[in-house]
Write a new protein. Structure first.
Length: 85
């Protein structure tokens, strides 16, 4: 899967496990809901580290915890799509 799709899936997974809506996450992260929505709709093809950091704050986790998912294992990321985008 493309890297951005892995980010999308991880955010949704964490929203479900934390019983958070997209608006709830955005509020806790201190960012507009449209920013989170643009990542989930894959309009933002390369969310910055600061954006991911704020999302992690919204979940109350570290960036290491965010990326500690099999979604981000090298064999699960389509590297050709990463390099072409």
């Amino acid at each position: 899967m493309p890297f951005i799709k892995a980010v999308d899936c991880r955010i949704l997974e964490l929203c479900r496990s934390n019983h958070l809506s997209i608006n709830g996450l955005a509020n806790r992260a201190g960012m507009p809901p449209s920013t989170v929505a643009s990542i989930l709709n894959e309009k933002s093809r390369n969310p910055g580290e600061l954006t991911i950091f704020k999302i992690c704050i919204g979940f109350g986790i570290s960036m290491a915890q965010f990326y500690a998912s099999e979604l981000f294992n090298v064999e699960n990321i389509d590297l050709e799509k990463v390099h072409k985008d």
